[in-house]
Design a protein around this ligand. Structure first.
Ligand SMILES: [Fe+2]
Ligand SMILES: [Fe+2]
Length: 223
């Protein structure tokens, strides 16, 4: 399969990618495959990707010139700095490097080359053990993961039947549904769905009886 160099690269457009919409593509490493969500560039790219490591696989040592952010979705991701079980959120700042591997296999959601140059803090958060705080409406709880220069990243848990208010996204909004089904007036988004809504887009989200858990980043898609 040829490597696409542009995938959903127009940040002014709304995109929804449901599980199954994007094929698993091979990577340069044996046993490592990926589903491309957005991408500008070939093997070195500004990219948002789901990456799946087979048990016992590894990826070559590499440097993160513009940073790397990831959330472990399944299994345990490892590198020479530590072990990161499912639910771990990691930010490896610009200039960091590592050689990833996994014994049991893992799936991660990863955003590459998207750091502000002044954002130099390494972050490791065990979201499975962390305490969520009450959100803006009843039934909503929030675990802040990172904020820098107007860009905010969090996990948000929605209790069954929770209804949010209509709102506009200043600087856009990106969501990965981690559990349950997230909904708004445009559709229903089951577990594994990725949504990117541009600067000044609007919606009114809600959930039904299954509730949901989402990863959400806002403020990074300004014109
Ligand atoms: Fe990396
Ligand atoms: Fe929103």
């Amino acid at each position: 399969m040829t490597m696409p160099v542009k995938v959903r690269d127009d940040m002014t457009q709304r995109h929804v990618v449901r599980p199954g919409d994007e094929p698993w593509r091979p990577s340069p490493a044996k046993g490592v495959e990926r589903r491309m969500l957005d991408r500008i560039g070939a093997e070195v790219a500004r990219a948002t990707t789901i990456v799946r490591y087979e048990p016992g696989s590894r990826f070559d040592a590499h440097r993160h010139d513009h940073g790397e952010e990831f959330l472990v979705l399944e299994g345990t991701f490892c590198d020479e700095h530590g072990e990161y079980p499912a639910g771990t959120y990691v930010r490896n700042p610009p200039g960091s490097s590592h050689a990833p591997f996994t014994e049991q296999g893992c799936t991660i959601f990863v955003k590459l080359r998207q750091f502000d140059p002044e954002d130099t803090t390494r972050v490791v958060i065990d979201t499975a053990a962390a305490r969520f705080s009450p959100g803006l409406v009843p039934g909503l709880s929030v675990l802040p993961l990172h904020q820098h220069k107007g860009v905010n990243t969090a996990l948000v848990r929605w209790a069954p039947q929770c209804q949010f208010q209509p709102h506009m996204h200043w600087g856009g909004e990106e969501i990965l549904v981690l559990e349950g089904t997230f909904r708004d007036e445009h559709g229903a988004y089951p577990t594994g769905t990725w949504l990117r809504s541009p600067h000044l887009s609007k919606h009114t989200p809600y959930v039904q009886e299954d509730g949901c858990l989402i990863y959400v980043k806002v403020g990074h898609l300004a014109a």
